[in-house]
Design a protein around this ligand. Structure first.
Ligand code: ZN
Length: 98
């Protein structure tokens, strides 16, 4: 892979448009390293290793595990939009009442 992470400091990232969200710890079972969560200019969440200041997936021993469920926010979009086609007209619900 030829892609190079050009950022070395917190200030480099924020200058590039990244927004700091919170500090956390990796939930990888063999990892547990401290990470910073940033939101990228494209709107993606990015975990940055606190010690090395690199994308955490590049140093995480459990990186493969995280690739499997990369979209933690996918469910929000689905449930937020009720389908109109499935909604019954309200008067029809009374047809079979007493
Ligand atoms: Zn990790």
């Amino acid at each position: 892979m030829t892609w190079v992470w050009p950022y070395k400091t917190f200030a480099d990232l924020t200058a590039a448009g990244y927004i700091f969200r919170n500090a956390s710890k990796c939930s990888g079972k063999d990892c547990g390293r401290e990470i910073y969560w940033f939101k990228s200019p494209k709107g993606c969440f990015m975990a940055v290793d606190v010690v090395d200041f690199k994308p955490h997936w590049s140093v995480c021993p459990n990186a493969e595990d995280f690739k499997k469920n990369e979209k933690p926010n996918a469910k929000e979009g689905e449930s937020a939009r009720p389908s109109r086609g499935l909604r019954k007209p309200s008067n029809q619900a009374n047809l079979f009442d007493d």
